[in-house]
Design a protein around this ligand. Structure first.
Ligand SMILES: C[S@@+](CC[C@H](N)C(=O)[O-])C[C@H]1O[C@@H](n2cnc3c(N)ncnc32)[C@H](O)[C@@H]1O
Length: 198
């Protein structure tokens, strides 16, 4: 599901970019147990491209493949990432156009809660990760999406949302196992974590 204008403004601004570069990069480095030097990383739902910058500049990846459902976001990412080792396309996390077992890591900066069939998205992520590959994720909980402000101001699927433990259980069903405790942030509205494909 694409962002409405309110959420688009919440995502596409310098404060969010600074938070991704400083705080979220540090969370992911710690959860990954270090950087992603030399790795081919897939970013799902890349938005305007700040996440790909973080993956290259803060996590040390060699190459990023990134896609988003929204062609206008991909166009912004193309401008931002011109000349960087990033391959961009319009795409759907429920049908990822990468071969099986082809990427070292997948990074999810808060997109799976936008996907109606989020369990299918996790299946696709598990398919494209190589054995031993790493998923880093930051997600929003069902109870946060039920808050008045989220419901009134943003567009998200209403049914079939998840709490952190349900998300972790679904990862396990696809052979993705947590590398540590899920961390709750923003008063429990967000959770972040990492899982490896066995
Ligand atoms: C909350 S925004 C996050 C954007 C970016 N990752 C960031 O952190 O700034 C969610 C993004 O997921 C994209 N998206 C939603 N459903 C998607 C899907 N099924 N496949 C790929 N991208 C999707 C939206 O277009 C949007 O850019």
């Amino acid at each position: 599901m694409k962002l409405n204008s309110v959420e688009r403004a919440m995502m596409n601004n310098p404060l969010r970019a600074a938070h991704q570069h400083r705080r979220e990069a540090a969370w992911f480095r710690r959860l990954a147990g270090g950087d992603l030097a030399g790795q081919h990383v897939l970013e799902i739902g890349c938005g305007r491209g700040v996440g790909a910058e973080v993956i290259l500049d803060r996590l040390g990846a060699q190459q990023v493949t990134a896609f988003d459902l929204d062609d206008s976001m991909v166009e912004l990412a193309r401008k931002r990432l011109h000349g960087r080792p990033v391959s961009l396309s319009v795409g759907d996390v429920n049908a990822i156009s990468q071969p099986a077992a082809s990427v070292d890591a997948v990074v999810d900066f808060g997109i799976i809660h936008h996907v109606p069939d989020w369990q299918g998205a996790i299946g696709e992520i598990a398919r494209v990760l190589r054995p031993g590959g790493l998923l880093l994720f930051e997600e929003i909980t069902r109870h946060a999406l039920e808050w008045w402000a989220f419901r009134a101001l943003t567009d998200h699927p209403r049914e079939n949302r998840f709490e952190a433990d349900e998300f972790a259980a679904e990862l396990g069903r696809h052979g993705l196992h947590g590398t540590g405790t899920l961390e709750h942030r923003a008063g429990g509205a967000l959770f972040v974590g990492a899982a490896r494909k066995v």
